[in-house]
Design a protein. Sequence first.
Length: 262
Amino acid sequence: MTQRPVSALTVAGSDSGGGAGIQADLKTFAAHGVHGLSALAALTAQHTRGVSAVHVPDIGFLRAQIDACFDDFAIGAVKLGMLANAAVIHAVADALEHYRPAQIVLDPVMVATSGARLLEPDALDALRGRLLPLASLVTPNLPEAELLLGRRIGDRADMRAAAEALLAIGAQAVLLKGGHLPGGGDVVDLFAHAGTRREIAHPRLSVDAHGTGCTLASAVAANLCRGLALEPACAAAADYVHAALHGGYRPGRGEVLVLDHF
Ligand code: PLP
């Protein structure tokens, strides 16, 4: 019998426009040569100009999808994206506590670039209390880190302090994305894990893109499935997003770029 290859599972939201969410995750897994599994935690009616509706499926059905995946596949990493509300978060945390996957990458999705709410505000405590401690890595952008920590992040010194604060409230490792910092120059992401602190810099591309956060977290998960350690997995994922942005294209009428998953 041939050995099962390691699969990556995304538990996240569907983007009908194909730019973010589950669709970006599965394209990223495929581009990394990793078999992709998905459990849909939410569905969005969405295109390149915004989100028009959100549907959250029954919690029992979400659990059935997760159970089906763990029942049959060798799962090397789980990526968590849009989880919509506290009930979904609790159900996902229960499942992860039951199956204890080797790696969990948490993208704490809250608000889309277009401004649409992808997480109910009262779900923040559940995200912080139940998922943050379970995750091997959390990948907030600056607005998400501000909400998780309840403080402003205005410069690189604030970013360094925020990464320490995220570790202090229970994150095992942090990849804090610096793209929202004002000013020109490179985009600098900050990786923090145990005694390691590393700044990962890329030239800023002046484009309005969609699905970068989903793609980054999925690329980390895929790299972990391929056996990379956390720090090189994050560095390679940031390179991947930069390259995918570079080749980005506009399939809809909106101005936003969709990433090129070469
Ligand atoms: N839609 C879904 C289902 C998502 O998961 C996300 C982000 O995680 C988005 C939309 C928003 O993507 P962006 O903020 O890159 O436009």
